[in-house]
Design a binder for this molecule. Structure first.
Ligand code: C2E
Ligand code: MG
Ligand code: MG
Length: 563
């Protein structure tokens, strides 16, 4: 197609084209931008192999004209025919979106043809490069970068039209398992197949992109409400859950989908992707093959949790964990007979993080296993160090979380800690909650017997907050019950709490268990507990949990003589 300005002198160009041989080309002449725009609209682009733009006056709005034409026919090679009086313009031409520039004064038919060929080849290479930069080579889908472009456009359009953009983030369930068991090549085929099937569930105007790995994103343009996004999510889940046969294997894939909406869940592309990701994780938690809308509040906790989780993974190797020790004293002589080891996390930015904030995360992620191991080793080594320094023996109590307790090699961890430190078993006590015993009472009985036979003490922590069933506890070889501090708080004011504490003490004693009261902050609470014949107490009244050195310095002279 040949384009020139309205009324421009195209005589020379016309001779060149004629000389090149009209039979070899089909040429359409177009005059002016308006007509070009019309052609671009009506005829479609692919009809032409090249567009030749004739500029008869070098300085005549070149950049704008070239840009306009190259945008109108974005996929067609563009050759500019101009004069030689503006060399710069010739060079700049290329940056404005054309592929070649022909200087008309010296051109003959061959020059023109060569130039057109050159432009076609150049355009092809540009396209190839574009595709490498913007498309995923495995699935041929837009990659992250192109996705971000498209998302930006979708947001701009939705803003103008006051509509919504839906962003669906898909993550295949258990894809790693497929990859590991059937091989990467098979995994790749499956991904390509998933891409095709998901593509069937969306409109041409929507974008399906691959973020990498087994993560895909669908951008739904100009939707009217959440239900539109839900409909597509359901369709995708449905479509994917049908089995496919690849290389003779019948495979089922399922996917979890997180959905965020513009503008409800984020004003920019990054927020939308992050929030869809948060929702996707929630969907996985809820059992996979699910979709989940992002809701405000998911984010704060989960993002914080994810960061904390990542940091926690490194906390052990970076030596950021430490133990504080809180003395336990016996009544009525108030001598120190033990310490409880309580873990702390010295976070590089957040400072000292209390266990209530990271133990649940550690439990959830399994990090509690290495952490618990570290605590055991450290606490045993510390108790031995005190002993070696001449301190009378104190029992060190270590908290054991549910997951840790049910770990297969828990016993091994405990014996290793004792062996490595050289601490004798009767100087170690483990604090376990009732609920963690009740998760699997049969196993718990066996495990506790083994620990008990080794000489290790077992205490029920936070007693009163769980089942509080002494009848159940009868079966376990226990040494102590620790009454939860919520009963101690008001024990001198609240007669019900007082009655409960007295009852626990009486029943525990009938089972030959010692009673330890936690969270004693006031002298009058201590007096009440003395009167109730509680055996031991622990609380801020005596001391907060303190570093090992502080404990030694402050309590060396208060430790009970060994019996
Ligand atoms: P816990 O085992 O019941 O520990 C007693 C908690 O009560 C400690 O909180 C202690 O600082 C606090 N406390 C002691 N006396 C008082 C008092 O008079 N008043 C008040 N208000 N609080 C008092 P901490 O150190 O924050 O630990 C909280 C919980 O975290 C522990 O409860 C325990 O369940 C868990 N934890 C701590 N260290 C470890 C550990 O190494 N492993 C595991 N699995 N859990 C741990
Ligand atoms: Mg405890
Ligand atoms: Mg407790």
């Amino acid at each position: 197609m040949l384009m020139s300005r309205q009324g421009a002198d195209t005589h020379h160009l016309q001779t060149l084209v004629d000389a090149a041989g009209p039979s070899r080309f089909h040429v359409d002449w177009v005059h002016g931008l308006a007509q070009a725009a019309q052609i671009a609209r009506d005829a479609g682009e692919s009809e032409y192999d090249a567009v030749i733009l004739h500029l008869d006056r070098a300085k005549d709005h070149h950049p704008n004209a070239i840009r306009a034409v190259s945008e109108l026919f974005a996929d067609i090679p563009l050759v500019i025919c101009g004069t030689s009086d503006d060399e710069d313009a010739a060079v700049q031409t290329l940056t404005f979106g054309a592929q070649d520039y022909v200087v008309m004064e010296n051109a003959d038919a061959n020059t023109l043809i060569r130039s057109i060929r050159f432009a076609i080849e150049r355009k092809r290479m540009e396209r190839q490069l574009q595709s490498l930069v913007h498309y995923d080579s495995l699935t041929r889908l837009p990659n992250r970068q192109l996705l971000l472009d498209r998302l930006t456009q979708a947001i701009a359009q939705a803003t103008r039209q006051e509509s919504l953009v839906g962003l669906l983030l898909l993550d295949l369930d258990r894809f790693k398992l497929v990859n590991d068991t059937l091989g990467h090549e098979f995994g790749d085929k499956l991904l390509a197949d998933v891409a095709l099937r998901v593509n069937d569930c969306i409109r041409d105007s929507d974008t399906l992109a691959r973020l990498g790995g087994d993560e895909f994103v669908v951008v739904l343009n100009g939707i009217n409400g959440a239900q539109d996004a839900a409909k597509v999510a359901r369709k995708i889940i449905d479509r994917l859950s049908k089995p496919v046969v690849i290389e003779g294997h019948e495979v089922f894939v399922t996917t979890s989908i997180g959905i965020s909406l513009f503008p409800n869940d984020g004003m920019d592309k990054n927020a939308l992707i992050t929030n869809a990701d948060v929702a996707m994780y929630r969907a996985k938690e809820e059992g996979r093959n699910h979709f989940q809308f992002y809701t405000y509040g998911m984010n704060a906790s989960t993002v914080e949790q994810l960061t904390l989780e990542n940091d926690l993974r490194r906390a052990i190797e970076r030596d950021e964990l430490l133990l504080h020790y809180q003395p336990q004293i016996r009544l009525p002589d108030r001598r120190v007979i033990g310490v409880e080891a309580l873990v702390r996390w010295q976070h590089p930015e957040l400072g000292l993080v209390p266990p209530a904030r990271f133990i649940p995360i550690a439990e959830e992620t399994g990090l509690i296993v290495p952490i618990g191991q570290w605590v055991l080793q450290k606490a045993c080594a510390q108790a031995k160090e005190w002993l070696d320094s001449g301190m009378p023996p104190v029992v060190v109590s270590v908290n054991m979380s549910s997951r840790q307790f049910h770990q297969e090699d828990m016993l091994r961890t405990v014996t290793d800690a004792l062996e490595e430190s050289g601490l004798s078993a009767d100087q170690l006590s483990l604090e376990i909650t009732e609920s963690s015993l009740m998760k699997n009472p049969e196993d718990a009985v066996v495990t506790l017997r083994l620990l008990h036979n080794m000489g290790i003490g077992i205490a029920i922590d936070d007693f009163g907050t769980g089942y509080s069933s002494l009848a159940h506890l009868k079966r376990f070889p226990l040494q102590a019950l620790k009454i939860d501090r919520s009963f101690i708080n008001d024990v001198t004011e609240n007669s019900e709490d007082a009655a409960i504490v007295r009852a626990i003490v009486a029943m525990a004693h009938s089972l030959n268990l010692k009673v330890v009261a936690e969270g004693v902050e006031l002298e009058k609470q201590l007096e009440f507990l003395e009167d109730a014949e509680c055996d031991e107490i622990q609380g801020f009244l005596i001391s907060k949990p303190v570093p090992a050195a502080d404990f030694a310095a402050k309590f060396l002279n208060c430790i009970a003589e060994p019996a």
